[in-house]
Design a protein around this ligand. Structure first.
Ligand code: Q9C
Ligand code: ZN
Length: 344
């Protein structure tokens, strides 16, 4: 299996995020991808390739032009307003009864308009890092389109919390959605996106919510307890043409491997019934018991098993990296999923 990777991810290196009432060092940091690529290079998984440049078009198939223009210019606007001493974080959001349909002129207003949390700093290199990450996903998608059974897009920053016109949860461009849309644009009638990251795939769900040609399934911490809190409930099943083509599997804090794999089995049955032409796996390993911001109990031995189960679906499979913050284990656990897949 080929891995697509670029060092450009290091240009996204935020200083702090607001969590538990503190400004803490960002959990989503360059070391994450560095540890994964180190494991892959030391393994026999396969070659590591650089991404191609795809321009703005495939990004604009998923994201709005106003949002892309904002992301591209946000750092410069921030520096003009505040100087470059600190990275840009939003501070307030429109709630019930306030106007959420007007893009303000001031950069602080724009940051709020296009975001949903205070954990996702915009830095001097954010635009270059996030476009590089999307190109990693698109290059891996191209490998599958050219006939390969599987490919690994080592994306960083991650993408699944980003919707058509907002960022948050460490995500700016929805790499998995951009790749899924590329399959559709190249003529695939049906694509399934299965998100096994600990957090709900709110961005991916929202992007494809009204459409039946992309089935979206997400296993995640119950939003009653867990970020992003305001999406990811079991009764969100799609709308209009998309009704029945979104499935959420919210699971409580403390979920163990037995319960998690039972939910995975349900998701696999749904995928088989859908019979997609390609499968995109949003691969987070923050389900690990040692993850510092998550509450599931998967152990390292469970990750090969995940890869094996996905391989049994028998589909062209694109793995897209999402979360995972226990840096000492993230490389091993990620490689375990991919090795389990190729050895199945
Ligand atoms: N108390 C991804 O895994 N903050 N994003 C959570 C926990 C946001 C995670 C705060 C977590 C986002 C791609
Ligand atoms: Zn996550």
């Amino acid at each position: 299996m080929k891995t697509i990777y670029t060092d450009t991810h290091r240009l996204q290196h935020g200083n702090v995020e607001l969590m538990d009432g503190q400004l803490l060092p960002c959990f989503e940091k360059p070391e994450r991808a560095d540890l994964i690529i180190t494991q892959i290079r030391a393994s026999r998984l396969g070659p590591v390739l650089e991404p191609d440049d795809f321009g703005i078009m495939p990004l604009a198939r998923v994201h709005t032009s106003a949002y892309l223009a904002f992301l591209q210019s946000a750092w410069d606007a921030w520096v003009e307003e505040h100087g470059s001493t600190h990275h840009a974080l939003p501070l307030n959001w429109p709630i019930r009864g306030m106007r959420s349909d007007i893009e303000p002129e001031a950069i602080d207003g724009k940051l709020s308009y296009f975001s949903f949390d205070a954990g996702t700093p915009i830095t001097p290199g954010t635009w270059q890092a996030v476009t590089g990450s999307a190109y990693v996903a698109l290059t891996a998608q191209q490998c599958i389109a050219a006939g390969e059974r599987a490919a690994f897009a080592l994306c960083r920053p991650p993408g699944h919390h980003a919707a058509a016109d907002y960022y948050g949860g460490y995500c700016f461009l929805n790499n998995a959605a951009i790749a899924a849309q590329a399959f559709i644009d190249q003529g695939a009638p049906r694509v399934a996106v299965l998100d096994v990251d600990y957090h709900h795939a709110n961005g991916t769900q929202t992007i494809f919510y009204a459409r039946d040609e992309v089935l979206v399934l997400s296993l995640h911490g119950d939003p009653r307890q867990e970020f992003p809190y305001f999406l990811g409930y079991a009764d969100e099943t799609g709308v209009g043409q998309g009704e029945g083509f979104n499935t959420n599997y919210p699971l409580p804090w403390g979920t163990d491997a037995a319960t998690w794999f039972a939910a995975l089995e349900s998701a696999c049955q749904r995928i088989m019934a859908y019979a997609p032409d390609a499968l995109v796996i949003s691969l987070g390993v923050d389900t690990y018991k040692g993850d510092p911001i998550s509450q599931f109990l998967l152990d390292s031995a469970d990750y090969p098993r995940l890869g094996q189960r996905l391989a049994r679906l028998g589909l062209p499979t694109l793995f897209v990296m999402e979360g995972g913050y226990a840096v000492e284990a993230i490389g091993v656990n990620t490689l375990s999923v991919l090795s389990g897949f190729v050895q199945a």
